[in-house]
Ligand binder design. Structure first.
Ligand SMILES: NC(=O)c1ccc[n+]([C@@H]2O[C@H](COP(=O)([O-])OP(=O)(O)OC[C@H]3O[C@@H](n4cnc5c(N)ncnc54)[C@H](OP(=O)(O)O)[C@@H]3O)[C@@H](O)[C@H]2O)c1
Length: 249
């Protein structure tokens, strides 16, 4: 597939490595100058290019930037893309980084907000796994302990295509429904950064509680800010504990 990636940080950079390894043709861009992507170019063979070029003539576009930076993308960026091009949204809302975004504070699902800003349909995926797990917990298809990622969006065919990319990344996936319901995989949900297998994900996705998302997101964030980011596995364990009572019920 031809893939354009906006944002080559912890998540975008990992996807660039995984997708090129799987044989995909990848272009990428960042915000602070593509000369900074030279080592990633040498390592992966992906092409570093401009924002306008990264979205040109690709099957899939991945948007993997801080939520608030969505507002910096030019309004007409996607105006010439094919209707078949699938846009993946990996973004999460963290007020401490993004500032308060009124619609999100009011409960609008994060990917609906992203879709509204981009004026394009999006598929939500890769938002619910720590970059540490994305980098190092990939496993071959069929492995019992393989982590599964939720995928939400309104186009079934697009979700199927995205599931092949998730498999190329080394993970199972589960179609978790519409973009309107995608709050179920947001920060503060039992499936957020808890590294569940497919059968665990199937059992847990319906146990997300919208009214508790923000409070639990902040609990998880507090842990991240007060612990060594290299020890993200402890963070996964902590997140699982937050949801234990929900998951038992
Ligand atoms: N880190 C995680 O564990 C994790 C897990 C799941 C989801 N997420 C979410 O995924 C998104 C990306 O996270 P991350 O951790 O990969 O972030 P990151 O490491 O901070 O990387 C962000 C990337 O976006 C680029 N960027 C920022 N503004 C841009 C713009 N206007 N146009 C083009 N590129 C732009 C940055 O370029 P420069 O470096 O040049 O500024 C950088 O390459 C966030 O919404 C995050 O919440 C993160």
């Amino acid at each position: 597939m031809k893939i354009g990636i906006i944002g080559a940080g912890q998540i975008g950079g990992t996807l660039i490595r995984q997708y090129t390894r799987a044989g995909h043709n990848v272009k990428m861009t960042n915000s602070s100058g593509i000369e900074k992507l030279q080592s990633l170019v040498s390592e992966t063979g992906a092409v570093a290019t401009t924002l306008n070029e990264v979205v040109n003539d690709v099957d899939v576009i991945v948007v993997s930037i801080p939520m608030i930076a969505i507002l910096d993308l030019p309004r007409n960026l996607f105006k010439n893309i094919s209707t078949n091009t699938v846009i993946i949204d990996t973004c999460n809302y963290y007020p401490i980084r993004d500032g308060k975004i009124k619609d999100l504070e009011a409960g609008m699902p994060e990917s609906i907000w992203v879709s509204n800003q981009l004026q394009q349909p999006v598929i939500k995926v890769y938002n619910s796994i720590f970059s540490g797990s994305l980098v190092s917990s990939d496993l071959p298809k069929g492995t019992a302990s393989r982590i599964a990622l939720p995928i939400s969006g309104d186009d079934k065919q697009a979700k199927e295509l995205v599931s092949t990319l998730v498999n190329d990344s080394g993970f199972d996936s589960l179609d978790c429904g519409s973009l309107q319901d995608s709050w179920r995989q947001q920060p503060g949900s039992p499936v957020y950064c808890t590294d569940l297998t497919l059968s665990q994900l199937k059992k847990s996705i319906g146990k997300a509680r919208k009214e508790l998302l923000a409070e639990r997101r902040e609990l998880g964030l507090k842990y991240i800010l007060t612990h060594d980011p290299e020890q993200w596995r402890d963070n996964v364990e902590y997140n699982r504990k937050i949801y234990e009572s929900d998951l038992d019920s």
